[in-house]
Structures are given as C-alpha cells and as structure tokens.
Write a protein that binds this ligand. Structure first.
Ligand code: ADP
Ligand code: MG
Length: 364
C-alpha cells in the first residue's frame, strides 16, 4: 500500500485573485462613501486594505503582496488628491500607502518562507513514506523466504514419512507376486499397486525437488552432451507416441557452466510435456544455439499449443490441464533455471505447437 503525499504546496485554501480584487474595490467603495464625519468608521475602512494585502501575500507570496499593495495604492491615490490641501492628513495618507507596501512585502516574504518550509516537510514525508514502503517490502520478502525455507523443511519431513510406507507397500506387492500365479484373476491388482506406488514416489520426488532444490554444482559442460543424454532417455516414449525427435545443436558451442543433472531434468520435463501435447504424434525439435552471451536451449513441438487458461501461470506449481498431471514440471524447470542465473519462457510455435526456450549465461 502506498500513500501519495502531494509534492505541490496545497493551494486549496488560497483565495482566488478575483475575490481579492473585489475585496479591494468594496473597501474603496465603503471608504469613499463614508464621510469624515464618521471619522472612526472612515479610518477603519481605510485600514481594511491590510486584509486583502495580507491574504494576497499569504496566498501568492511576495509578488501577490506587492501586487495587492500597488493596486490598493493606485485605487487610493484619487482620495489622496482630494485632501492635498490638508498637509498633515496627506502625509498620513502617504505613510499609509507606504505601509501597504511594507505589509505586502513582509507578509509575502514570511509566507514564502513558510511555504518553502511546508514543501520541505512534505518532501520529507514523501521520502519517509518511500523508506517505509521499501522496508515493508523487504520484510515481506524476508517473511516469504522464511516461509519457503520452512515449507522446504516440512516437505522433506513429509516426503520421508511417505516414502517409507510406500517402500513397504511395494515390497509387500512384490512378495505377493512371488506366490500369486500371473494367470490368477486378481493378479493385475498387484501390477496396479506397483504402478501407483511408482507414481506417488515420482510425485513426492517432484514435490521435494520443487520445494527444496539442491543448489546447482556448476561445471563446464558441452551442451550437446545434455541434449543427447535426454534424447536417449526419452526416445522409447517418443517412438511409442509416434513423435519424431529432431536434434539441432549448433557446432561449435562453448562449454557452459551448469549442473548437468539439473539441466537434464529441465530438458526432460520440457520434452515430456511436448510428447504429451502430441497424442497423435508429431515433431519435436530440440535446438541449442549461442545467442550473444547466452546459450539458448529450445524445445518446440507440433502439438495442440499451450492452453489459454494456464498461459499466465505456466511456471507456478500445481498448474496443470492434465487429469493425471502434477503441474510441477515447469515449476521445477523454472526454479532450476533461475538457480542457474538463467530464464525460461514459453511461446507459441510457428505452426500451432508450443515453444519453450531456456537461456543460460555462457560467461561468468
Ligand atoms: N509443450 C506443451 N504444449 C502444450 N501445453 C503445454 C506444453 N508444456 C506445458 N504445457 C501446459 O502447461 C501445463 C503445466 O505443465 P507442467 O508444469 O509440466 O505440469 P504437468 O505436465 O504435470 O501438467 C500442462 O498441464 C500443459 O497444459
Ligand atoms: Mg509436465
């Protein structure tokens, strides 16, 4: 939440010049029309000029005060001429006009000083607010980091607690498999148990990897090695899905400082997504290029493209359009790539499919 303090001095309580001029005219009218028979009133009306002069100086500073004083003097001059014969009275009146100027100037200077002071306070208030906002966001970040850390610890504990019983379940299923003949009508349940145990194991490993990734061990690595290892790992699955994999690695490519295991994991997640996006087969292209000071690793497919519903939060955990998806693949990829000081982006491919690109810094 941000509060905005206006930098400009607040002028809402200033009087409009029109009202000041009107005031001077009204005073003049009263003054001229009150004969010296009512000397007290006459003298009071004369001094009423101070009020618009003070207001003008207060509202518009030195220039306003001077302007109001000069205007009052000008409008007052004919009056002076009227009494030119009475020397003492005339001198009094001259003194009066000089006083107009003095009041205009002094009030103007004071008001100017006050205004500058006020602006300084307002400026300070703005700076204080900014400092406060910064502090708030730092504290928020610290709290978030703390939450992440405890989330990581908690997940590690939970994963540990789940893995052990899963191991026991798998062991029991295998023990039963040894005594149940494969042709038994319920034998397939053992296969289901083992498959689901594997799936749960995979899920909690993914979750742990997301919640508590180990920090990367960066070693100079040829990018081709990573690409080829992952292609080898997925070739069977691609073949079953009738997906043709095209490897397009530029030669030569520099060695890149990266954690090979983690980068393989990232590419694997991208390739599996691409294969899953092409249930009726298609083409999957993996390219590696150097672009300026970065290594670009891109996976593009000819599948159905990225669903609009998930586009905005593609890299957030648990975002999935698949009935059996975990929504962790891209979140893990994002986390690992970020830990490498790189970035990952998804876009539409040229022919309808998806294009996911990773950029890693080549030099450090
Ligand atoms: N190559 C792709 N083509 C189309 N959609 C994709 C592609 N890669 C990712 N997506 C979309 O992003 C979602 C999140 O992907 P991911 O984080 O790997 O989780 P999961 O694969 O478990 O759903 C997927 O459910 C899918 O909708
Ligand atoms: Mg996935």
């Amino acid at each position: 939440m941000t509060h905005h303090v206006p930098l400009q001095a607040d002028r809402t309580r200033d009087l409009k010049p029109w009202w000041l001029i009107a005031g001077i005219i009204v005073i003049t009218f009263l003054h001229y029309n009150t004969s010296t028979h009512y000397l007290l009133l006459h003298e009071i009306y004369q001094r009423l000029y101070y009020i618009p002069i003070i207001f003008a100086a207060y509202s518009y500073g030195l220039r306003g005060g001077l302007a109001a004083a000069v205007l009052s003097t000008l409008i007052y001059l004919p009056h002076l001429a009227q009494h030119a014969d009475n020397r003492v009275y005339a001198i009094n009146q001259y003194a009066e006009t000089i006083l107009f100027l003095v009041i205009g100037v002094v009030t103007g200077l004071l008001a100017g000083a006050e205004r500058r002071e006020r602006q300084r306070y307002e400026q300070t208030a703005v700076e204080l607010q900014r400092a406060y906002d910064e502090l708030r966001s730092t504290v928020d970040q610290l709290l978030l980091a703390d939450r992440h850390a405890s989330l990581g610890q908690m997940s590690a504990a939970i994963v540990h607690e789940i893995r052990n019983p899963l191991g026991a379940i798998r062991g029991a299923a295998e023990a039963l498999e040894a005594i149940v003949p494969p042709e038994h009508e319920k034998a397939e349940f053992l296969t289901i148990i083992k498959r689901e145990v594997e799936r749960l194991n995979g899920l909690i490993s993914d979750f742990l990897q997301y919640a508590r990734p180990r920090s990367p061990e960066l070693l100079p690595t040829p990018p081709r090695e990573i690409v080829e290892a992952v292609v080898k790992l997925t070739s069977k699955q691609a073949e079953q899905a009738r997906v043709q994999i095209i490897v397009d690695v530029a030669d030569p490519l520099p060695l890149v400082l990266l954690d090979a295991e983690q980068m393989k994991q990232v590419l694997l997640n991208l390739i599996l997504n691409a294969i899953e996006a092409m249930p009726d087969g298609g083409q999957l292209t993996i390219s590696a290029r150097q672009r300026n000071e970065e290594l670009s690793l891109a996976v593009r497919d000819t599948g159905k493209g990225i669903d609009l519903a998930v586009r905005e939060k593609l890299f957030s955990p648990f975002v999935t359009t698949k009935t059996r998806g975990t929504g962790l693949g891209l979140a893990i990829a994002h986390r690992l790539v970020t830990q490498h000081g790189g970035r990952i982006e998804a876009a539409d491919g040229e022919n309808g499919g998806a294009l996911v690109e990773i950029r890693l810094p080549v030099k450090r």
